[in-house]
Ligand binder design. Structure first.
Ligand SMILES: [Zn+2]
Length: 378
């Protein structure tokens, strides 16, 4: 009976979540000297396999003891972080409705629009529409607030979830492996760049035309930008491995975010994007830190096949550790950088054999972005 086109346009643009950085912004900056990665700068937790078992907790403790005492560099998280967040979030605006859209299907609006020509009816419809949009806005704000509240709750709870518990609770935000449906595996190298091993690993990957993923330390990238550039030129994917290899679970959320953000500030101009992938040093992260990462557009990626090369094993042991556990979807952990006293010659020597065997067995060696079907950039 009404000639008016009626419809309610529901705007689904997500609200940019700026709250997370706000919660960190009241803290002062505490400059601290950077520390090079520890000689034992290796993941604390061996990754879980498909059954999500977590191995060798004893080693966690051993390696945690090797953490350098130096505090991480801090950076005050202010407008920059909000800008970064805003740039990576879907559009926040809920557009003002046009005249045509200015009609609602709510009972009040319908009733009002039935009274043709009534200015009161139009006013009622307008009010209802505005009220509806305001409600939608409020709902989205509420959702963002709830996400932040969940993070804060996780931050204040005394109960620390283990890595396996985190993986079970948040399977979309922390990955240990890719799909087993296609015969792909990913080689990943932590703690680069360094002057001793990184170039050797890159040489081998180039020879075999293999693209890998490097989780870089911000302080090392600052020292050796030419190696970072080489990784990009040769088609590898870069992830964020913190600024100075701190154990995240021993850091405040503020310091954790500073480690991530500072590394991102170093890497982004070098590589042309803000890495989406984060690998926590030692593989350890708290629930609230994981939620912060998720809320800010990151994906946390650990591994499910550990070469244990950080133990300075011989090449035969490194390759055996990988080849005996590898299967489709595997994320393989190795290192291509280390402390001054760390001997990764076993890693370098083993790599050609590992690549040849995997390829002979029909595996495609791919970067994590392909294995996990995710973007390299936030
Ligand atoms: Zn590391």
């Amino acid at each position: 009976m009404s000639s008016y086109t009626r419809g309610l346009l529901i705007w689904t643009g997500a609200i940019g979540i700026l709250l997370s950085s706000c919660s960190y912004s009241n803290h002062s900056s505490v400059p601290s000297p950077d520390s090079p990665p520890s000689a034992n700068n290796s993941p604390a937790t061996e990754a879980a396999d498909s059954s999500q078992e977590v191995l060798n907790k004893g080693e966690d403790q051993e390696r945690k003891l090797a953490i350098e005492p130096n505090g991480p560099p801090h950076r005050k998280l202010t407008a920059h972080d909000s800008n970064v967040n805003a740039a990576t979030q879907p559009p926040a605006a809920i557009p003002t409705p046009t005249k045509q859209e200015d009609v609602s299907t709510t009972p009040v609006a319908e009733e009002a629009s039935h009274s043709k020509g009534s200015s009161e009816a139009h006013e009622a419809a307008k009010k209802s529409t505005n009220s509806k949009l305001t409600t939608a806005t409020k709902a989205k704000q509420k959702s963002a607030q709830e996400a932040e509240a969940a993070r804060k709750t996780a931050a204040t709870t005394n109960k620390q979830l283990s890595l396996a518990q985190l993986v079970r609770k948040y399977p979309a935000f922390i990955k240990l492996q890719g799909s087993s449906n296609s015969k792909q595996v990913a080689l990943t190298f932590d703690d680069a760049p360094d002057l001793k091993y990184t170039a050797q690993v890159l040489d081998i990957l180039k020879t075999y035309k293999v693209k890998a993923t490097f989780f870089l330390l911000g302080n090392q990238a600052e020292k050796y930008p030419q190696l970072v550039k080489r990784m990009i030129d040769e088609g590898h994917v870069i992830g964020n491995h913190s600024y100075s290899h701190q154990l995240f679970t021993k850091l405040s959320d503020e310091s954790f975010a500073a480690q991530v953000n500072q590394t991102e500030d170093v890497l982004s101009p070098m590589i042309g994007y803000a890495p989406k992938l984060i690998r926590p040093p030692y593989g350890e992260i708290t629930e609230s830190q994981l939620l912060w990462a998720k809320n800010n557009g990151y994906l946390v990626v650990n591994w499910n096949v550990d070469s244990l090369d950080w133990k300075q094993l011989k090449a035969e042991q490194v390759s055996a550790n990988i080849l005996k556990r590898v299967k489709s979807g595997a994320i393989i952990l190795q290192h291509s950088g280390g402390g001054p006293k760390q001997d990764l010659s076993g890693t370098v020597k083993a790599l050609p054999r590992i690549i040849e065997k995997l390829q002979d067995d029909g595996y495609e060696l791919v970067p994590l972005t392909k294995l996990l079907d995710v973007a390299k950039s936030k």
